[in-house]
Ligand binder design. Structure first.
Ligand code: TXA
Ligand code: MG
Length: 349
């Protein structure tokens, strides 16, 4: 059955729409809803049966746990134990917001949500629709990013309707999400705290709230022999349905239109200005938030072009740029720095 699609204003959600979505959640169904980061594919976090529907709709491997979204500290206490006071104080300052914290779980949380791990990932989203939906449902909502597994995350409701219109019960159609890139995940069960996935806020941004945060490089694709701490980070991820080539050399990137007309260039407006071809702009390179919010949309736009592949140029890794480069690194099929290698790779496609 096709999903029911309901339009909703992200900043002023109509209670009638929120109630309709909450009824789907309490009835054990699935709802695609906006958060301030990306769209989530949600179900009642306390129902194993409802959460099973998330895994099958997304075609997500069972060993990849879900983030639980909450709207209050009492919901936090219903699913987590031993939350240190220092972490609680930090939460009160950073939530609602795009930061997911790994905490000790209570038994109430179904195994399917945590993939059997002793920890659970939790966040309080800063989006009025998401918060109202959780509140009206009266239960925490488990929600991974709303894309089909391995695909780019969804930041625009039109893409949610296209990709999930036949596999979920309801889609809340709210246009573009605010940040357009996922939350930062920090494991606060260990000292020092460890960042498992870069996101909207960098470790430096979070330092005033959480202190020093280490990065765990076991989560990189390159380091495949070790166990990743956030299981999802080991999978092919964020990839458009055609090759995406990361071009590390700026001069080579600018020269591409003279080498081939078979690729689409993706870059900041400064990088692609004046270059021939039907290229995709990520917006003002001076504004990394703007670039981040356009990234996943650009990956999906690339799919609609007739080109053979996309070529993307790195941006600064400062702040949210760290998350942008992490997603590009995972989505890219190849990293290339020389014209010979580029020609060879294009010939092989
Ligand atoms: O911004 C976001 O975080 C979005 C919105 C919808 O909230 N959600 C999101 O969920 O990005 P997802 O499922 O696409 O990514 C969650 C990541 C996965 O890599 C998963 O492996 C990891 O979090 N994760 C979840 N629970 C975990 C746990 N208990 N231990 C380690 N990693 C965990
Ligand atoms: Mg995801």
């Amino acid at each position: 059955m096709p999903a029911t699609v309901l339009k909703v204003d992200q900043n002023k959600p109509d209670p009638v729409v929120v109630n309709a979505a909450a009824r789907v959640i309490t009835g054990g169904g699935t709802v695609v809803f906006p958060t301030e980061t990306v769209y989530g594919l949600g179900a009642n976090a306390l129902s194993a049966e409802a959460c099973r529907k998330i895994f099958s709709a997304k075609r997500r491997p069972a060993d990849n746990p879900l983030i639980i979204h909450i709207c209050s500290m009492s919901q936090l206490d219903s699913i987590c134990r031993n939350v240190p006071d220092t972490v609680r104080t930090a939460m009160e300052r950073i939530w609602p917001g795009p930061v997911t914290l790994l905490l000790e779980r209570k038994q109430l949380v179904p195994d399917i949500v945590t993939a059997g791990l002793p920890t659970v990932a939790v966040r309080m989203p800063a989006n009025p629709v998401a918060l109202a939906l959780i509140e009206r449902s009266g239960t925490p909502i488990a929600a991974p990013s709303a894309n089909i597994a391995t695909r780019p995350s969804i930041v625009d409701s039109s893409d949610a309707i296209k990709e999930l219109g036949n596999v979920v019960d309801m889609i809340l159609d709210a246009g573009r999400t605010y940040f357009g890139i996922e939350s930062t995940i920090v494991d606060v069960t260990r000292k020092p705290y460890v960042m498992l996935r870069p996101g909207v806020y960098s470790p430096d941004d979070l330092k005033p709230f959480l202190g020093e945060i280490a990065s765990d490089m076991r989560n990189t694709k390159e380091n495949g022999s070790q166990v990743p701490l956030a299981p999802g980070m080991k999978y092919t991820h964020y990839s458009p349905n055609k090759p995406l080539i990361l071009i590390t050399d700026e001069e080579l990137f600018r020269k591409i239109p003279s080498i081939t007309c078979r690729v689409t260039l993706i870059g900041t407006s400064q990088m692609i200005r004046g270059l021939a071809g039907d290229n995709i702009s990520l917006g003002d390179g001076e504004n990394t938030y703007e670039v981040a919010s356009n990234l996943f949309k650009a990956f999906r736009e690339l799919e609609d072009k007739t080109s053979l592949a996309g070529c993307i140029h790195p941006i600064s890794e400062k702040g949210i740029g760290m998350a942008v480069m992490n997603r590009i690194g995972k989505a890219a099929s190849r990293t290339i720095g020389s014209e010979t290698d580029l020609r060879q790779y294009l010939d092989s496609l």
